[in-house]
Design a protein around this ligand. Structure first.
Ligand SMILES: C[S@@+](CC[C@H](N)C(=O)[O-])C[C@H]1O[C@@H](n2cnc3c(N)ncnc32)[C@H](O)[C@@H]1O
Length: 265
């Protein structure tokens, strides 16, 4: 798959920043020694973490060279950047973080039954896992990706993506995983952000292109005409599904799940 595009991702930087700050604001740790931001992307949240915890040893970890390059270029030199896969990341025994942050990244990593207990056990005793993941599945913007996938000359190439279940489960499943792993302090909530985008309803397709659409477009990378056709068909469906506001702009509701769990001390 082609690498992430920092420019496309940051086109909606304000809307993407707000949940990251809502997550950071709820982390109940005053002065952590080590903090890791998993799936740090361009480092936006990592830099806010640096402001909140000026003396912490802070690491941003991501698997995308392009996102990490942008993060490095725009951040203070006292943040460490690591290119690694969250699915296999294990901190050194003497460098367990007191806080693991992860904003809008863990939905790209599979097997949450194994992942969440593993992240908890990666923490120092008493450490905190703070996660935000999108849970907008079933909403038109996401459902129409599948509808587009099923209906067009690309259908065969994306059939397995159409059949894939949503990567983020309902909140009770995370509660069960974390309480089952011994957590006692647990906070879970969802926020449905009523995002007003800067253009008409088809702008929602631009929002989605740099994230949820990436695996679908990657399947059509060797066939640019199919890729263009897929994008055009999706844009048309999205434009028809969302009514414009009176001033012509799009209202794009986006639900996100937050969880904050403390590993027993
Ligand atoms: C939607 S971006 C979020 C970036 C950042 N956390 C933010 O809030 O702006 C998702 C990021 O997760 C990273 N990512 C996805 N799967 C990953 C994995 N298995 N290991 C490490 N990083 C991953 C991507 O490279 C991308 O930078």
């Amino acid at each position: 798959m082609t690498d992430w595009s920092p420019a496309d991702y940051l086109a909606f930087a304000d809307h993407r920043l707000r949940p990251a700050l809502d997550l950071l604001a709820r982390v109940p740790v005053a002065d952590p020694g080590r903090v890791v931001d998993l799936g740090c992307g361009t480092g936006t949240l990592t830099r806010y973490a640096r402001e909140r915890w000026p003396s912490a040893h802070l690491t941003g970890l991501d698997s995308s060279p392009a996102m990490l390059e942008r993060a490095r270029a725009e951040s203070p030199a006292d943040i460490t950047w690591a290119e690694a896969d969250i699915a296999t990341w294990v901190p050194a025994a003497d460098a367990r973080p007191d806080v693991i942050l992860s904003n809008a990244a863990l939905h790209w990593v599979g097997d949450h039954d194994a992942l969440f207990p593993r992240l908890l056990s990666a923490l120092a005793p008493g450490g905190v896992l703070a996660v935000q993941m999108p849970r907008n599945y079933g909403r038109p913007a996401l459902a129409l990706i599948k509808a587009t996938g099923m209906n067009g000359p690309w259908a065969e190439r994306v059939a397995d993506l159409v059949a894939k279940p949503p990567p983020v489960d309902p909140p009770d499943r995370y509660a069960a995983r974390l309480l089952g792993a011994g957590v006692t302090d647990l906070e879970l909530w969802e926020t449905d952000y009523q995002q007003i985008l800067p253009g008409p309803p088809e702008t929602i397709a631009d929002f989605t292109r740099s994230t949820a659409l990436r695996p679908w477009l990657a399947r059509l990378e060797d066939a640019p005409a199919l890729q263009d056709g897929f994008l055009a068909a999706y844009r048309a469906r999205v434009a028809a599904a969302y009514a414009p506001l009176p001033d012509g702009r799009a209202l794009y509701p986006f639900r996100r799940l937050f969880l904050i769990a403390r590993r027993p001390g």
